[in-house]
Design a protein around this ligand. Structure first.
Ligand SMILES: NC(=O)c1ccc[n+]([C@@H]2O[C@H](COP(=O)([O-])OP(=O)(O)OC[C@H]3O[C@@H](n4cnc5c(N)ncnc54)[C@H](OP(=O)(O)O)[C@@H]3O)[C@@H](O)[C@H]2O)c1
Length: 323
């Protein structure tokens, strides 16, 4: 089969190549998926570049997320799944078979039925961002009738955080850096959108949501002052990104707010919590509560360019057209 792969870490255009490799066969409990679209996340380029290196044995086909159709099942998997449209999550976690190839093989639970109403683009872009958003939102309890602040509401994680929180009955405030992103956050269902670069952001958030249950935080160092200003007892600030400098923790301000800090890295989330997240994301999909961000499409042959586009911070999602 045709695949994008790398055998050493480094710059995308130096280490990613397009190659023919043997098509994988599903083992017991696994399914093989004919990949249509491969969705790219920041973790994919960070793993490949060595910024956050993951173990590399032989070759690595990148990308955790994708969408396609089940075309073979391993022992113990219901053969009625053949032909099923699926979204794929964490395909490359501890495995060679990422989604940047004509086929991938994953444990059956990591290829999840994609409802007919959901596009391939939505399915290919769900895994990492939606599961991360779920963990940040729900690790500390449900949110029905509560208020949530989503920092960076037009980002991939931010987008699904807004949609999942809204779907679970929360009131959602999102921060953004400008008008176009404000429109994206509003379309996702944010009840209030605030430009975090403008004065008065904290006051607007606090008056709309005086008892915040969660902050879904993309940049703790940049937003710590804002977060401590709007948080109170019972607010959990769930941090899922570590770009840029580490924050200096203002202990007294955190104490005064009675703030709880949670950190989230998808690779270490306990399996039962991940499976619950998958079930809840599927429920939201079935209910039509999730939507695709704008998608930038690249051919499989341009995998390196596509990863560079993600690294450069394009707005929306980048996918590879595989088949
Ligand atoms: N822990 C995990 O398991 C996990 C999972 C998924 C992603 N991540 C990490 O999370 C980060 C975001 O991933 P993504 O896929 O959502 O990326 P993305 O689609 O590029 O979104 C990032 C968003 O954050 C916004 N942003 C940046 N600085 C901000 C600030 N100070 N306040 C508010 N918003 C800010 C950006 O917009 P503006 O710059 O215009 O504000 C952008 O909309 C990456 O570093 C990624 O590696 C971690």
């Amino acid at each position: 089969m045709k695949a994008a792969l790398y055998e050493r870490l480094g710059a995308a255009r130096e280490v990613i190549r397009i190659a023919e490799v043997d098509r994988p066969e599903p083992g017991p409990g696994e399914v093989r998926v004919r990949v249509r679209l491969s969705g790219i996340n920041p973790t994919d380029w960070k793993s490949r570049s060595g910024a956050t290196a993951r173990p590399l044995e032989g070759f690595q086909i990148p990308h955790h997320d994708g969408a396609g159709e089940v075309d073979a099942v391993g022992e113990g998997v219901d053969p009625r799944r053949l032909g099923e449209r699926v979204w794929i999550w964490m395909a490359a976690a501890g495995r060679k078979w990422g989604t940047a190839a004509e086929w991938t093989v994953v444990p059956a639970a990591q290829a999840v039925r994609l409802p007919d109403s959901a596009s391939w683009e939505l399915g290919a872009c769900l895994g990492v961002p939606a599961l991360t958003a779920h963990r940040c939102l729900f690790a500390d309890g449900d949110l029905e009738g509560r208020s949530v602040l989503v920092a960076g509401g037009a980002g991939a994680v931010g987008h699904f955080a807004i949609e999942l929180a809204h779907h679970q009955g929360a009131r959602v405030v999102a921060t953004v850096s400008g008008d176009a992103k404000a429109q994206m956050a509003r379309s996702a269902g944010a009840d209030l959108v605030v430009n975090y670069r403008e004065p008065g952001a904290a006051e607007r958030i606090h008056s709309f949501a005086p008892e915040l249950a969660r902050v879904v935080e993309v940049n703790l160092a940049a937003n710590l002052h804002l977060d401590t200003s709007v948080a109170g007892p019972g607010t959990v600030v769930a941090v899922y990104a570590a770009d840029g400098a580490d924050p200096i923790l203002p202990v007294r301000a955190c104490m005064s707010a009675n703030l709880v800090l949670r950190f989230v890295l998808l690779y270490g989330v306990p399996r039962p919590a991940l499976l619950q997240a998958v079930a809840d994301v599927s429920g939201a999909l079935e209910a039509g509560a999730l939507s695709a961000l704008p998608v930038h499409r690249f051919p499989l042959d341009a995998c390196a360019e596509a990863q560079d586009a993600v690294e450069s911070g394009v707005v929306g999602k980048v996918v590879l057209e595989v088949s």
